[in-house]
Design a protein around this ligand. Structure first.
Ligand code: ADP
Length: 297
């Protein structure tokens, strides 16, 4: 199955163009939607999750019209919103049981087996009796995935799921996502490049409501090969270099700024060639330093 999004646009009442003509083809597997805060990711996720209306455009999931056949979509959908919101005092097990009932699993025995298996998959069996209020960030996100998996969804949407997790929790969460992403469409929205690097076979970069590039991370890396250069400079020089070069990022390494610049030829001047990283892809796209045609999906 494939999710095909065509020319999706959304302007909020205050005039903010959150999505402008967004077109994407999202196959089975893990799909990374990468963009800085305010890019329009949550707006797109909420529209796909049937929680918000688009102004124009279409989204088809197999033969289902996502924007119109909301009931059908919801039956196939698992959604982990950016802010899961309320963490009540009830236990993980009871909450999952309740949510499974709402999702239409009315047979008690069947529900118990679904809940048990979800707790197992998300490694929460030992905490099944614990109140959700007492869960750590990582446990909350794993619970969020457990509830999103109720009813074997074919489309799973997770919005900024790793924000706020420590490195250990993030790794455990990556492993969980990697396991579920095999036979279903998982859309992972994130501003964290590492999330996409670790997990996603396909990706898009979105900024100010527009898709800047889409396709496989490898393709995006290859298209920048030989075009990214690095130099360690002193703080006072940063502004000068920004005027003179297409600086895509400035990072402190051991307290010293290291800049990455985009240049088709060797800029000389002490610059060294860089083995291109997904961060280079992301920042050069955001700054508009890539040939968009090269990345067209
Ligand atoms: P992201 O998830 O990538 O951070 P969002 O989809 O939340 O992006 O937001 C995209 C843009 O739309 C931002 O400029 C944001 O301020 C604006 N926006 C989001 N929700 C609303 C809303 N309900 N009303 C008005 N503007 C909004």
């Amino acid at each position: 199955m494939e999710l095909v999004i065509r020319n999706l646009s959304k302007t909020y009442a205050n005039g903010v163009k959150a999505l402008q003509d967004v077109s994407l083809e999202i196959p089975t597997g893990m799909y990374g939607l990468l963009g800085p805060n305010g890019a329009g990711k949550s707006t797109l996720m909420r529209i796909l999750a049937t929680l918000q209306e688009a102004d124009s455009g279409s989204a088809m999931l197999g033969g289902i019209d996502v924007l119109r056949q909301k009931h059908e979509v919801r039956k196939m959908l698992g959604y982990l919103p950016q802010d899961f919101g309320v963490y009540p005092k009830i236990s993980a097990q009871d909450m999952l049981d309740h949510l499974a009932l709402l999702k239409g699993i009315v047979n008690g025995r069947e529900r118990k087996s679904v809940v048990d298996s979800l707790l197992e998959r998300t490694n929460l069996s030992d905490h099944r009796k614990k109140a959700l209020t007492g869960f750590s960030g990582g446990m909350r996100q794993r619970f969020g995935i457990a509830q999103a998996l109720i009813g074997n969804p074919k489309l799973i949407i997770v919005d900024e799921p790793t924000a706020g997790l420590d490195p250990g929790e993030r790794n455990r969460f990556y492993n969980l996502l990697a396991e579920i992403g095999e036979n279903v469409i998982v859309i992972l929205s994130t501003h964290i490049v590492e999330d996409v690097k670790e997990l996603c076979t396909n990706m898009a970069v979105i900024h100010l409501g527009r898709v800047l590039l889409s396709g496989s991370p490898e393709k995006a890396l290859v298209s920048l090969e030989g075009h990214i250069w690095r130099k360690s400079i002193v703080k006072a020089q940063v502004e000068d270099y920004e005027k003179q070069y297409k600086v895509i990022s400035t990072k402190l390494i051991a307290g010293r700024p290291t800049i990455h610049v985009y240049s088709e030829q060797d800029p000389g001047d002490g610059f060294q060639a860089v083995a291109v990283d997904l961060e280079d892809v992301f920042f050069s796209a955001i700054r508009g330093f890539t040939n968009q045609q090269e990345h067209a999906a």
